[in-house]
Ligand binder design. Structure first.
Ligand code: PMP
Length: 401
């Protein structure tokens, strides 16, 4: 008998499980709105043209080898990543107060940040928004932190529960860590306004809370890399400390390359360099050093003015297609006279719409219309196209009437 005979079957991941179910459905009309990856108008995955060009350059460079990267990753990539999120003229970068390590995309960067904090920060509690990306509580719990939530989304308005957020962060213990989505909050698509961010910043600083930004969608939300980094930059500009986990999965379409970065903005260059020395001790026993290919692609694009400009154009095209899907779905529901206020579809931003559909309505749409999404009613706008919007609108209409 197997020594593993007692192992019980684990449930599917709630997000990745949607695709498993979708793949099993033989219907020709099936639609997968669960997946958090960009699709073209034809429903195909997209490799950006700039990524192909950068890869071509790398392939043609005979000096390129496959040696190990340092524990902290590709130095050039780290520097450029910090500039991308914090702003190239950010004083913290110029003063060498920022330490950046390459991470295994957003997830790995969050995990390294979490483990560092669990070992070296005095307050072990991290507050995450309610709701949030389903992996957050697991990543931080396994990092050794204790996870609590703060109110974020108001189902009644399908918008931000700003009062609840301020109350909950206001009563958090001094020094607690606060996880903030830099933009395009997942799963709700609801972000604070700039004015509200400024209010949050004042509260966070006055209570000495430690902000930890998760930036998985820079440029993907509004189409502008700078606009989507505003939240992080107002914190990085006040001289206080913060952490930022970046992912290039969405904005460069490098999902499977697992390329991201963790930056820690510190008070002084000396602190930053000691922090970096400890980050290495977190990383070394976990995976030794990060993969080289994705980081080389990103560095090639970020350091070349032409490639960079071309990237911003391709990025904006992805963001614009998603925004136009929002409008088309909203219009289609209006045309059908679907009961309810659906304006949140055009107000929310980023890859997802938090439809407000409940789990019974979701189950109905899957059974009757072969439309797949997470049971919380989150749909990926990136998985929609002009061709599939009417089918989704029919399904939503049928589900709520
Ligand atoms: N944070 C958020 C909010 C996300 O939505 C995602 C991707 N779904 C990630 C982090 C991490 O993704 P990855 O590890 O692929 O970069």
């Amino acid at each position: 008998d197997s020594v593993f005979a007692h192992v019980v079957r684990a449930p599917e991941d709630p997000i990745l499980g949607v695709t498993v179910a979708y793949n099993k459905d033989p219907s020709p009309n099936k639609l997968n709105l669960g997946v958090g990856a960009y699709r073209t108008e034809e429903g195909k995955p997209l490799v950006l043209n700039v990524v192909r060009q950068a890869e071509q350059q790398l392939v043609n460079d005979p000096s390129r080898v496959k040696e190990y990267l340092p524990i902290v990753g590709l130095a050039e990539f780290n520097k450029l990543s910090a500039k991308l999120i914090l702003g190239s003229d950010n004083p913290a970068i110029q003063e060498n107060r920022v330490t950046t390590v390459q991470g295994l995309s957003g997830t790995g960067s969050l995990r390294v940040g979490g483990e560092f904090l669990a070992r070296h920060y005095h307050e072990r509690t991290i507050y995450i928004p309610q709701p949030t990306w389903g992996n957050h509580p697991k990543v931080f719990t396994l990092s050794g932190l204790s996870v609590k939530t703060y109110r974020y989304y108001d189902p009644a308005t399908r918008g931000l529960n700003f009062q609840g957020l301020l109350e909950d962060l206001g009563s958090a213990p001094s020094g607690a860590i606060v996880l903030l989505h830099a933009c395009a909050h997942n799963p709700t698509g609801v972000d604070p306004t700039l004015e509200q961010w400024e209010h949050i910043r004042k509260l966070v600083r006055s209570k000495a809370l430690l902000p930890f930004f998760d930036s998985a969608y820079q440029g993907f939300a509004s189409g502008s890399l700078d606009a989507d980094a505003q939240s992080v930059r107002i914190f990085a500009a006040d001289g206080g400390e913060c952490l930022v986990a970046q992912s290039y999965a969405k904005n460069m379409g490098l999902y499977g390359e697992r390329v991201g970065a963790l930056s820690i903005v510190c008070k002084t260059a000396d602190v930053a360099s000691r922090v970096e020395s400890q980050l290495k001790l977190v990383i070394r026993p976990m995976y030794s050093n990060p993969p080289i290919h994705g980081a080389s692609i990103v560095a090639t694009i970020l350091k070349d003015r032409n490639l960079y400009n071309e990237w911003t154009i391709e990025l904006k095209a992805m963001a614009d297609r998603i925004i136009s899907m929002r409008q088309q779905l909203f219009d289609a529901l209006k045309t059908r006279g679907t009961p309810g206020d659906w304006s949140h579809i055009i107000k929310q931003i980023g890859m997802f719409t938090f439809t407000g559909l409940n789990s019974d309505q979701v189950a109905f749409m899957t059974k009757e219309y072969h439309i797949y999404m997470t049971s919380d009613g989150r749909i990926s706008m990136a998985g929609l196209s002009s061709r599939t919007v009417p089918h989704l609108a029919d399904a939503i209409h049928a589900a709520v009437t």
